[in-house]
Design a protein around this ligand. Sequence first.
Ligand code: HEC
Ligand code: HEC
Length: 231
Amino acid sequence: MTSKRIASGLGLLLGAGLAASQAVALEGDAERGEAAAGTCVACHQADGMGMNNPNGESWPRLAGLPAAYIAKQLHDIKEGRRESPSMMPFANMLDDQQIADVAAYYAELEPWPELPTAYHAADPNDEAEWLAERGDWAEGRMIPACSQCHGPNGQGVGDSFPPLAGQHAGYIVSQLEAWREGKRHNDPNDLMMGVAERLDEAQIELIADYYATLPERIAAQGDAAQEEDGQ
Ligand code: HEC
Ligand code: HEC
C-alpha cells in the first residue's frame, strides 16, 4: 500500500511527511478513541463539528477528516512542527496508540458532504471561485489553484490533502496566517507555506469564506435547479 502511494504522482511529495511520523501507521480503535476524546469536546464539540468563533480562536471541524491526516496533525502539534498553545497540552496527553484511536473515532463521525465534482468553468468575475479553481498567475503571485491539491470543490484528496469545503472560515484564516508566520511548518515540501505566503490579506478572507460556505451554496443551487425542473 505504502509503496503504491509513494509511487503515485503527488504521493512522491508526501513520502517525506509520512516518514516523519511513522506512528501514523498504528491501527486505531474508534471505541477506545471515543473514550480518549472526552477532553476534546470542550472545543471540538460533541459532534466533532468544532465552531467558528469570529472574535476568537476558531475550533476546526474534525468529524470526517481522514484518520491518517488527524493522526499526523496530532504528532505534528506534539513535536512542534505545528505551534498551537491551545492544542498542545491536549495533544501531549495522548500517546501514539491514543492518537491512532481518537483519529479513528473522529474519522468515523459525520462524513464531509459530498459535493458535485462535474467540471464547471470557473467564473472569471468571481474572484474567490477563480482563485479556488484556477489560481492566481498574475506577475509576482504564481499561486496554484487550491483545487489542484484539495480537489474539486475543496472536497479533499486521499489522506494527505484535507477537505476545505465546510471547514470554519475563522480556522482557515488562522492556518493560512500560521503558515505565513512560520508557526505551521508541517507540510510536505512546504507546499502550503508557498501558497500562503503569496496570498494577500484580502484573498485570505475571500477564500476562507468561499470554502466555509461552499456546501450550503451548492445545496441552494441544487434546490433552485429542482424547482426549475418542477415547473
Ligand atoms: C482548548 C480548546 C481545544 C481542546 C480542548 C482541543 N483542541 Fe484540538 N484544536 C484546537 C485549536 C484552537 C486548533 C487549531 C490549532 C492551530 O491553530 O493550529 C485545534 C486543532 C486540532 C487538530 C487539527 C485539525 C486540522 O484540521 O488540522 C486536531 C486533529 C485536533 N485539534 C484534535 C484534538 C483532540 C483529539 C483533542 C482532545 C484530546 C483536542 N483537539 C482538544 C483547540 C482545542
Ligand atoms: C501544492 C498543493 C497544495 C495547494 C495548491 C494548496 N494546498 Fe492547502 N494544503 C496542502 C497540504 C499538503 C495540506 C496539509 C498539510 C499538512 O500535512 O498539515 C494543506 C492544508 C491546508 C489547510 C489546512 C486545513 C486543516 O484542516 O488544517 C488550509 C486551510 C489550506 N490548505 C488552504 C489552501 C488554500 C486556500 C489553497 C489555495 C489558495 C491551497 N490550500 C492550495 C497542499 C496544497
